[in-house]
Design a protein around this ligand. Structure first.
Ligand SMILES: [Zn+2]
Length: 578
């Protein structure tokens, strides 16, 4: 009997944080943290118990009743789909990796990321596809997955007892009470109807005989609280009564074997009113891999969020929190309000202001700046996904810079940490520094040889900016006063000297003047519609003109740069701020 069962979310998650206990092909515990999105690997429970379980399995395997549905004569090997490549999963992408194995077997150049991306999971959730999303992705790609959730009818009072207990078990990854011990015949020892489980296995085996593998959602092992984990079933060896499968969580996960009784025990998951099994048939229809978007995809962000989750103070150590996304941590007694995470690709914004404020900054400042900078200057995303930490005030900024990054900031505004690939800001000092810092990683990705004077000139131009005619436009700002004083004092460098400065010279010698001079040169170029032109010509010519001085001259149409500087200084002296 088969039932279509719509599983609640609690049955769809599987995050594995524990190595496989034992398989017939590998006696040693796996070294890998399958799916472990960084959880500390738990100690492998091993030794005597497992050996005992193994012995039991072998005994039961040998003594399996001949009439068991799906069983074959002992000498028959049974169906096996050979030559399926094994793919190691990324954290929490076990289902996606199983799908990649089948796709590659079918000769399709698709990855686990493509499968995740087809699942439509919000990357902010920081997890892989759950069953429902995986089924959706596989359907979209062209697999005829068939019915996915199969309820196992409960029989008699033992079944009801199990059900009551199951309702109290943890909502995710909890061990179903109905799972029988290894070696036991699940058909005879539990509350659900063994015949229906046998029928489900028969269906798997019938598909195997037709060359169709199945992705199954299983408990990782038989320990209480074992997480759920997708595996790819590829065969059944009737001679040894073993299920043959690929485990995406293990480096050595190809064609592993497990006694059928053990497999069936792990396959049965709890459901609110009994037990069920989850199976996705991998029968190919018209397979089409969705076009991959340029730049970072949802899969990249999901993986990034999984790592980030551990750094977000309110979530540190709370591995059980599945929803980080909209993820305001609850303001529990004595604890500060939590952090909010928002996407503004290629940046991920994390802040401890009010959730709507963090989201507004992500959209209104970070995304706005990225979109506008890309429209005029940059074609490529940053090399890495970069976190933008917006701490609400000085106290939070200094405290978290220390506790999260081990830094003692030497600026009150914020800084970029190459080690952590993060902008770390005190947002109370204003958003100007934020836009300034956004320019740098984009510049690095698009114009890695950009000299410091132009990198800092352009970045500081947008410390004060607005949108004009659809473009990002710098305005006068606090740097004007110092620059005007320097001009009046006659102490400003020539543009030839400014453009020739090395990093060290730019940052050390006359630091404030250098920033201001470079910034107001950029503002001048912007006001004459030459800034975007200078950038693109500079990128094109920088091998011949590494300082940009010749490009500057040609864009300005100037041969007499001393005369130009006089005109520029006179222009600067007329500017006003505020
Ligand atoms: Zn800078």
């Amino acid at each position: 009997m088969r039932y279509l069962y719509l599983a609640p979310q609690s049955h769809m998650a599987r995050r594995v944080s524990r190595p496989a206990a034992r398989t017939a092909t590998s006696g040693a515990p796996s070294r890998s943290k399958c799916g472990g999105s960084g959880d500390p690997p738990r100690k492998v429970v091993g030794g005597a118990a497992l050996l005992a379980a193994a012995a039991l399995c072998v005994a039961v395997g040998r003594c399996a009743p001949a009439g068991e549905p799906g069983a074959r004569p002992a000498e028959a090997a049974g169906p096996l789909i050979a030559g399926v490549p094994h793919v190691k999963q990324k954290p929490d992408f076990c289902g996606e990796a199983c799908a990649e194995m089948v796709l590659r077997h079918l000769g399709k150049a698709a990855t686990q990321d493509d499968v995740f991306n087809a699942g439509g999971v919000d990357p902010l959730l920081g997890r892989g596809c759950w069953t429902k999303e995986l089924a959706g992705a596989l359907g979209r790609i062209g697999f005829k997955v068939g019915e996915v959730w199969h309820k196992l009818p409960v029989e008699g009072s033992t079944g009801r007892a199990a059900t009551a207990a199951q309702r109290q078990s943890p909502p995710m990854g909890g061990q179903a009470v109905a799972v029988p011990p290894f070696g036991a015949d699940p058909a005879s020892q539990t509350g659900y109807a063994g015949a229906s489980l046998a029928a489900q296995w028969s269906a798997v085996q019938a598909d195997l005989a037709r060359g169709i593998p199945s992705i199954v959602c299983t408990h990782y092992d038989d320990k209480p609280g074992a997480t759920e984990h997708f595996r790819l079933v590829l065969g059944y060896d009737a001679k040894t009564d073993e299920v043959v499968y690929h485990d995406p969580g293990r480096d050595d996960g190809a064609y592993l074997r497990m006694k059928k009784a053990e497999f069936l025990a792990l396959w049965v998951l709890k459901s609110p009113d009994g037990a069920m099994v989850i199976r996705l048939r991998m029968e190919p229809g018209d397979i089409r891999i969705p076009q991959r978007a340029a730049g970072f995809t949802a899969a990249d962000f999901a993986q990034h969020i999984m790592v980030l989750k551990k750094k977000v103070p309110a979530f540190a150590g709370s591995a059980g929190v599945a929803k980080v996304a909209e993820a305001e941590a609850p303001a529990t007694a004595g604890k500060p309000a939590g952090f909010t995470v928002a996407l503004a690709g290629p940046f991920v914004v994390v802040g401890d202001e009010a959730p709507e404020t963090v989201r507004r900054r992500a959209t209104g400042v970070v995304k706005w700046a990225v979109d506008h900078l890309k429209a005029d200057f940059f074609t490529k995303d940053t090399d890495d996904i970069i976190d933008v930490w917006l701490f609400k005030d000085k106290e939070s900024y200094e405290k978290h810079a220390r506790s999260i990054f081990g830094d003692t900031p030497d600026t009150p505004y914020g800084y970029y940490s190459t080690t952590h690939k993060a902008l770390i800001m005190n947002i109370q000092t204003g958003g100007g520094t934020l836009v300034h810092e956004i320019v740098h990683p984009l510049m690095r990705a698009n114009f890695p040889d950009c000299p410091t004077w132009f990198n800092e000139g352009l970045a500081s131009l947008y410390e004060q900016c607005e949108e004009k005619g659809g473009h990002i436009c710098g305005r006068t700002n606090w740097r004007l006063d110092g620059l005007q004083k320097a001009i009046r004092a006659g102490g400003l460098a020539s543009f030839k000297d400014l453009t020739a400065t090395t990093d060290g010279q730019f940052y050390r010698e006359g630091r404030g003047d250098n920033y201001a001079q470079a910034r107001y040169l950029c503002l001048y170029l912007q006001e004459r519609g030459l800034l975007v032109k200078l950038f693109h010509e500079f990128v094109a010519r920088h091998k011949d003109d590494p300082t940009g001085y010749k490009t500057l001259q040609s864009v300005l149409g100037e041969t007499d740069m001393a005369a130009f500087q006089k005109r520029w200084e006179a222009w600067v002296l007329k500017l006003k701020f505020p």
